[in-house]
Design a protein around this ligand. Sequence first.
Ligand SMILES: [Zn+2]
Length: 189
Amino acid sequence: MQIKALSQKPTLPGDKIAIIEEFEMGDNTFDDGQSIRSLVVGTPEFDKTNRIAKINEMRRPAVAKSGDVITGNISALMNNMFAINILYINGKPTHSGLECICQARGAKKRILVRVGDIVTAKILNLLNGVVHATISEPELGVLFTQCNKCGAKVIAMGSNIKCIDCGYIEERKLSTRFGNSDFIKFNSN
Ligand SMILES: [Zn+2]
């Protein structure tokens, strides 16, 4: 049984939410030896069956850390870099509008991605407020795309994609997971 706290006042980091005789630490809490306290701004929730107190974090800004794997759609394509609008961080949906930038050095002649492609990338670092990512590992890169000429379905052909309708062939940096139908749903909006 999950019981929401009656108070709508959010907890602040350090706030006492329960005593350790009654509850154990859940998400976003710590134990100071006597009490369970909040680590974050959020709403307490008490699982009385399992005696776990946790905090549902509020308005968590989407923060991508080094090593996180993100999935998103290509929002902009520049000369030697491209931007990804992040939709998922480590598989969890995010609606923050956070973007990351991938360098495409030495790839000017290659088409790695197109605007609208669904790609998976790994976060490298955050420098000056910009999130940098890479798609240069085998499992990273394009998960879903369409024919640039006619918009029909494409199939992988080595490092290229080929339209099953008009036959147009184009380069892409494909993920080894390209064509996995799990990702079709990302294209629905
Ligand atoms: Zn086509």
